[in-house]
Every structure is written in C-alpha cells, then in structure tokens.
Ligand binder design. Structure first.
Ligand code: 8IG
Length: 278
C-alpha cells in the first residue's frame, strides 16, 4: 500500500506551494535555521564560486528534500548548502544545481527551488547561469548582469489567472550594487530557449534581431516564479562560449565547464561581495 499522504509531484492536484512549504520545513529542521535570507542558484560555471560567501553550516542532499530530484547533468552537484554570510548573522541557501525545463518534467520542478527559498524566508534570489554570448567583446569567462529576458519556452511557471507584472524582473537596485562592486560589468538581455540542443546560427541571428545579448536554457522561468513570490531578483550570466555562428568551432559541454573553472575566482568574489551587501 502506498501512503495516501505522500507527496506526489506527478499528481496535478498537488499544490506546488504546499510542496515548497514542506521542503522549507525540512530545510529548517536540517539546518537549524529558522529562516534563510538570500537564495543562490549556481549554474554552469558557478559551482566553485560559493565557497567565498561564507562558512557552510549544513549540506543537504536534494533527494532528502520534498520536490527536489537528482542532478541530471555532469558537473551539476545535487546538494544545497546553508551558508553563513560573512559575519552578518544572515544565511544564504545555496543550490548547487537546478532542474532544467528540457528535462521534460514540466515547469513545476524547474521553479521548485525558488518557491522553496521564498517559503524558507528568503527575500532575494541570485540566479546564475552559463550561457552563450552574442557580443564578440564578451570573451568566454565574462560575467554579465541580466537586465531583462525574452522567454522563448512558450510556457510559464504560473498556473491559472495570476497576472504578474514583469516590468522590472531583474532588480535595478541589485544591479547597481553589483556595478558598484565591479564597474566593468556589462548588462544584457537573456534569451531562454528550451534546449537541450544549442541554437542554430539562424536562431542565434534571430535572438540578436529581437534584442537578445545572451542565449541559454534556464533562468527566465525561475525569475518569473521569483517575481510571483515577491522575491527581488539578481541575474548574472557567465558567458562560457560564443553563441553558434559567432565562433569557428562547434559547442561542447567541456568548453562550458572549462570556462567556468577559469572564471571561478572572479565570479566567486563577485558573488560573495554582492551577497554581503544585499
Ligand atoms: I553554458 O550557447 C551554455 N548554455 N541555449 N546556448 C544555449 N545554452 C547555452 C549555451 C549556448 N551555452
């Protein structure tokens, strides 16, 4: 017999916010922290960056928390960490991995970490990713602030008639803090494709034509869910490769991981400084 009270994400009747509440309760219990303040989602190339934020006080396997699956992509670690933010008494909830829409499980698992962060008390989320760049001056390893997005997934994390304003998804206040820390930071519009294939050169030209500067497979659905939950959002992309058609050579996941390792130091310091000042 199965437990009728068991959480079942496949059940369309399960309220995703109730699952997020259950996840937040487990996080509270396992970390001993009543609340977390800032959540970070570490994308491709950002995994080594978190260590500079502060001391890791607890590490939890995603599979121990309701609604979280296992890491599907090589180089993505399936744990979340509770990190003290350098002497401030505040706590960061750091996700070492994310669920992508291309995994085919629908949108709910993609935004579950965001809703869990809100349920755990977070008021801010820093969403990072690795992506392709559409500006030749952004060499692989360049971090870029996300100023806005274009969601080409043809879906939304919001179910039902909740009309969320997206005028300022990526907080001007938080972008100003990041630029005060590193005045050389550029901004760009992030275009989310479904993936998991990379774009064709024609699709990259289209992304440029409609106003994009960065192409990737994440972030915008998470940012929409974050705004629905009232979180302030900072988005930072790490350009790990020139988008298809801008480079002579085909794209490889290894290249992505290598660019991340090479940029880890700069990105880590940026994240730590930003989180310390939020
Ligand atoms: I890392 O060039 C990374 N992720 N769509 N295109 C898309 N996603 C990416 C890319 C890229 N690089």
């Amino acid at each position: 017999m199965t437990d009728p009270a068991a959480t079942d994400l496949d059940d369309r009747a399960t309220d995703p916010f109730a699952v997020a509440d259950a996840a937040a309760a487990v996080i509270r219990e396992r970390t001993g922290a009543d609340r977390h303040d800032v959540a970070l989602v570490l994308g491709s190339g950002w995994r080594d960056s978190a260590d500079l934020i502060g001391e890791t006080l607890a590490t939890i396997h995603n599979t121990d928390v309701p609604g979280f699956g296992r890491a599907a992509v090589a180089g993505h670690s399936g744990v979340m960490r509770s990190v003290s933010i350098g002497g401030t008494g505040r706590r960061a909830l750091v996700y070492g991995t994310r669920t992508h829409y291309y995994e085919g499980e629908g949108v709910r698992p993609v935004v579950h970490g965001i809703r869990t962060a809100a349920a755990a008390g977070c008021t801010t989320v820093v969403i990072t990713n690795g992506c392709g760049g559409l500006r030749p001056e952004w060499a692989p390893g360049t971090p870029v602030l996300i100023s806005d997005h274009i969601n080409l997934t043809a879906t939304s994390p919001i179910e039902g008639p909740t009309f969320v304003d997206l005028t300022e998804v990526y907080s001007l206040r938080l972008r100003a803090i990041a630029k005060a820390i590193d005045p050389t930071l550029d901004e760009g519009v992030y275009v989310q494709f479904r993936g998991p294939h990379y774009e064709t050169p024609a699709e990259v030209r289209m992304a440029k034509l409609i106003g994009g500067d960065l192409v990737g497979m994440s972030t915008s659905l998470e940012a929409i869910a974050a705004r629905q939950s009232g979180l302030e959002v900072l988005g930072i992309s790490l350009v790990t490769n020139a988008a298809a058609g801008y480079s002579e050579t085909p794209l490889h996941h290894d290249e992505v991981l290598e660019a991340g390792r090479a940029a880890a130091d700069r990105c880590g310091r940026l994240l730590a400084d930003v989180v310390g000042r939020i």
